[in-house]
Design a protein around this ligand. Structure first.
Ligand SMILES: *Cc1c(COP(=O)(O)O)cnc(C)c1O
Length: 389
């Protein structure tokens, strides 16, 4: 038998260079634009805004920084509350704490794994009764899938609360033909190393409100007042993206549609091989939406398979395959102990997704042979659940 543990490591979602990175970086270096501003930054902002169909964009040092700026622009401050999806990466909610505000977490619903409009409705109703509506809502588009935006926007509009769409994982995804990240007042993208396109680290804030974006640029460059000397009347941040990294981003963005197609193909490949196995359920795609399928994700029903998602993850790790559990919901994190939480119904769906869900290697540079290695490992383990220690 082949000792697969000796085979090369398969990563979850490694960076994938697309070809022109060096050209744009070289332009930056040749022209001495090594600053957190410059032609690549301007072009990357314009190209991304154009691609998603937003009026404008501001390139920043991370997706987290973009969320932070959106909260500041919406005047979120100490004593305020912000409603936020619970099933997400901690970066969705950390900026709420930066502002001294308090998050309130909202559960997922089964058709998108994203914010439950039912739970959101209850949260709004209770907040309204106590006379303390949230200052903003942060909705996450998880693993490339948009949330139920019509229902969520209707509730936000009813209570006149602005929406921030955290599309860090969902560049290239659409909701009823409209790009994810453009459905709320502000949208956020991330170009961290594991995202569908990367600048090694970076983010983008998008909006149709150009005045607000102008303010975001001001805040992201230390809030320097228009004066010949260095004068400051507000707290500023050093959040701008470097012109070199924006060059990488421009090259990566050229291939975004191809990337989405590849991610979707990876999903189909896993789906065809594994969806027939009783007890396995792949993350759904809501009708009239296009998920970029950033990560292929599925749940394992231990009652049917006889093996838990943890044990399955363990067997993948043993074969040098990087897979991950679904995000641990934020309402379960020690950091957010005691924070208010609204489950979807009498059950908390995000708890269940966390306990049963795994993300499979989904890098756009994965090979068919590597995918077969993942599939065979899963099939072997599921066939012999008793063999796993
Ligand atoms: C990656 C990610 C972020 C943060 O982006 P960074 O660029 O790493 O700061 C925020 N929200 C979600 C859902 C993410 O996956």
């Amino acid at each position: 038998m082949i000792d697969t543990s000796k085979q090369g490591k398969i990563f979850l979602s490694p960076p994938h260079l697309s070809g022109n990175e060096w050209k744009y970086m070289k332009d930056a270096i040749d022209s001495n634009w090594i600053a957190p501003l410059g032609p690549n930054v301007d072009a990357f902002e314009n190209e991304l805004a154009h691609y998603v169909g937003a009026a404008g964009a501001v390139a920043v040092s991370s997706g987290t920084a973009a969320i932070h700026l959106a909260l500041i622009l919406l005047d979120v401050k100490k004593g305020d509350t912000v409603f936020c999806s619970s099933l997400t990466f901690v970066a969705s909610a950390n900026p709420i704490l930066y502002q001294g505000a308090e998050p309130v977490f909202i559960d997922s619903e089964p058709e998108t794994w994203n914010m439950s409009p039912e739970a959101l409705k209850r949260a709004f109703q209770e907040a309204n009764l106590t006379g303390k509506l949230p200052r903003a809502v942060i909705v996450v588009d998880l693993y490339g899938q948009s949330a139920k935006m019509d229902e969520i926007l209707a509730l936000c509009n009813q209570y006149d609360v602005p929406l921030i769409e955290d599309s860090a994982e969902s560049l290239g995804s659409t909701y009823k033909g409209q790009s994810c990240g453009t459905l709320g007042k502000f949208g956020v993208f991330s170009f961290n190393g594991n995202k569908i396109i990367t600048t090694s680290g970076g983010g983008m804030l998008v909006s149709d409100d150009l005045e607000a974006l102008k303010k975001a640029r001001f805040l992201a460059t230390q809030a320097r007042d228009p004066a010949p000397h260095y004068q400051h009347s507000e707290i500023g941040f050093n959040y701008r993206m470097s012109n070199i990294l924006a060059g990488i981003g421009r090259a990566q963005l050229e291939n975004i549609e191809e990337r989405v197609a590849t991610k979707r193909l990876i999903f189909s490949y896993y789906y065809e091989e594994l969806s027939g196995i009783p007890g396995l359920h792949f993350m759904p795609e809501l009708k009239n939406t296009r998920s970029n399928r950033w990560l292929t994700t599925l749940t394992i029903n231990e009652n049917i398979t006889g093996i838990s998602s943890n044990k399955l993850l363990h067997s993948l790790t043993e074969k040098n395959i990087e897979a991950r559990p679904v995000w641990k919901p934020l309402h379960l994190q020690p950091l957010f102990k005691g924070i208010k939480y609204y489950p979807h119904n009498e059950h908390s769906l995000s708890d269940q997704l966390f306990m049963t869900g795994i993300c499979l290697p989904s890098g756009t540079n994965i090979t068919e042979i590597e995918m077969m290695r993942v599939i065979n490992c899963l099939k072997d383990t599921l066939k012999n659940p008793a063999k796993i220690g």
